[in-house]
Design a protein around this ligand. Structure first.
Ligand code: G3I
Length: 348
């Protein structure tokens, strides 16, 4: 069996992949992607700084490779991400003298970027993370350069441009911590305001960077129910579960990589993950997927953020060079007990 076969009637199951993994030379990882998943997301290759590094320069070689990989392997291929405050070069917001550009000039740049990329992959990329992480934790709009220069309507403009370029593509709003009541309420308000203006938005993406203790699953359940009342689907778009204690300083966004006490925890399990933590990870994944099954009528996709533990970003966050174990496949691409726990869940 496989994840995609097991949950076939419920939701798509996918993984973020990066340029390296999409190469068939990486045979083991490639084999897992093909066997287990029916949807893929590009981990980094379509972010603004990669795909559009200079005003007059688009870099399509890696994104073309990614899209061809999806087409060849019959995957529901996702685009990630068109408008984000992060990984976007400074030039986007500035003129040649380094001064902030006008609202109209930034809208023109945004439109060119979205039209160029979305049209290039029209009909091939089936769903786009159009706007990523536009909300603060209290549910208000983040004070990004997009918002400072354009205004609150930068979000509806992004969705409108994406829809113009490919009217058949699904368009998503994607963010983290959307289980938190204030933030999910903010996302619901945002989506409702787009709907009221007739702007197409097809799903909300809940990133899903979790731990053994976060989120509280009843809060996640309530958030999924809230989004379903808007008449749209939810998607878990970037799932991983850290087994390591979460330093609260990092939660506040502080740079803690120099903190000596925390450095001690870089590799707390040098002989591999102990049974106790393996059991906790299995139980956590089982509980999460039980909730996803409960919400299956409102949940159309579950995507892991990476294929195996070795290539997870969690090894570099919240601290650099930390050894974490957040995914269903281990560093040698073997299925973990957490995989067995997930696939043992009864589906109907
Ligand atoms: O590839 C270069 C390498 O050549 C260079 O030597 C090295 C030194 O800095 O950097 C490498 O690039 C890094 C890249 O990951 C690949 O490992 C970038 O610095 C690093 O910033 C980048 O981090 C990515 C991060 O987004 C920022 O774009 C992570 O891989 C990626 O998993 C993460 O994904 C995000 C989602 O897009 C949005 N939601 C949150 C999620 C996790 O942060």
């Amino acid at each position: 069996s496989s994840l995609k076969a097991h949950f076939n009637k419920q939701f798509l199951v996918g993984s973020a992949i990066n340029a390296q993994q999409a190469k068939k030379t990486n045979k083991d990882t490639h084999a897992i992607i093909i066997a287990q998943f029916n949807t893929i997301t590009p981990e980094n290759e379509m972010k603004w700084e990669r795909i559009h590094p200079k005003p007059d320069k688009y870099e399509f070689s890696l994104s073309d490779e990614y899209v061809n990989y999806g087409l060849t392997n019959n995957m529901f291929t996702i685009g990630h991400t068109l408008v984000w405050h992060s990984q976007t070069p400074d030039w986007v917001f500035e003129d040649a003298q380094g001064k902030p550009i006008s609202r109209l000039a930034l809208l023109a740049r945004m439109k060119d970027h979205i039209h160029t990329i979305v049209s290039r992959y029209k009909g091939k990329i089936k769903g786009w993370d159009v706007v990523n992480e536009a909300l603060n934790e209290d549910g208000s709009l983040r004070d990004s350069k997009w918002r400072q220069i354009i205004g609150d309507d930068f979000i509806e403009k992004a969705f409108t441009y994406a829809h113009e370029a490919d009217p058949n593509a699904e368009l998503y709003y994607n963010d983290y911590n959307l289980y938190k009541p204030d933030k999910s309420a903010g996302a619901a308000r945002l989506i409702k305001s787009l709907q009221d203006k007739g702007i197409p938005v097809h799903a909300v993406g809940l990133q899903g960077h979790y731990s053994l203790t976060h989120p509280d699953l009843s809060e996640l359940d309530e958030a999924l129910t809230l989004f379903s009342t808007l008449g749209i689907q939810s998607m878990i778009t970037e799932l991983d579960v850290s087994v390591l204690p979460f330093p609260s300083e990092a939660e506040q966004g502080a740079d803690i990589s120099q903190d000596l006490d925390l450095q001690k925890a870089l590799n707390p399990f040098p002989n591999g993950l102990p049974q106790k933590q393996q059991d906790a990870l299995s139980a956590r994944y089982r509980a999460l997927f039980s909730l996803f099954l409960k919400q299956q009528n409102h949940l159309s996709r579950v995507t892991f953020w990476g294929v195996n533990d070795a290539n997870s970003w969690r090894n570099n966050w919240p601290m650099l060079d930390r050894t974490d174990y957040p995914l269903l496949f281990d560093r040698t691409n073997r299925a973990k007990a957490a995989y067995d726990a997930v696939i043992a869940l009864p589906v109907d």
